[in-house]
Design a protein around this ligand. Sequence first.
Ligand SMILES: Cc1cc2nc3c(=O)[nH]c(=O)nc-3n(C[C@H](O)[C@H](O)[C@H](O)COP(=O)(O)O)c2cc1C
Length: 232
Amino acid sequence: MRWLAFNASPRGKKSNTHVMLEQMRAGMLEASLEASWEELFLNRVQEHEAAVDRLSEADGIVFAYPLYTDSMPGIAVRFLETLYHRLQLNKRLARPDLPAAFLVHSGFPEGVHTAHLPDLHRRICRRFGFRYLGTIRKPGSEGVRLMPPTMQRSLFARLRESGSMLACGESLDQGQIDNLVRYERLGPPRQLLLRAGEKIGIANMYWNRMLKQHHAWDARFDAPYSQPWGRS
Ligand SMILES: Cc1cc2nc3c(=O)[nH]c(=O)nc-3n(C[C@H](O)[C@H](O)[C@H](O)COP(=O)(O)O)c2cc1C
């Protein structure tokens, strides 16, 4: 079976998304000699049309993205819209019942940020006629590409297991992968700890450093969409 993994992180090969997809790939190839896996990087927007064409040869797809401002990154939406328009123009491109699994992850540690997305994924599958196989949700993902694999045994094991289930033609084991969401909301003790961390300046240290590194520090309170369009 030929599997295509669509990586919709703007960071492409350097993304947490890529690290996680690599684990799914390993699990899939361990489980089946007949499986093949290719990752397509949607940050190469000029290749979206070609990526849509590749669907015709896929036996299954994994659509993976990080949460950006509580939503899909623009390149993910752009790709889905390209696919939608191409299907409108040419119904023969349709792949009824194509198995589709999803991976969505967030920087924030609470599962609540991604809780609504399995419903969206089901709707996407209905719209495109794909067969929905489930959604892996992974909160607190920013460290994935930075931490040693020994500290991520449980995450990697579940991703590998998910890859092997797909290789065997099964849906994702929702009970198993739901364990990746340790808590939908932080309980009072963790909230207290976070507030203390904010007070002494360690809670936001990493993100503040990123903002400065990317010359966005002075613009951190900008709210470009708070005004209706056309007004200043
Ligand atoms: C511009 C931007 C917006 C983000 N918005 C959110 C968000 O709304 N909620 C969240 O939980 N994480 C958010 N994050 C964190 C990312 O989801 C997280 O860092 C993720 O691991 C990035 O994955 P990637 O390396 O595959 O791109 C944001 C990150 C960036 C750079």
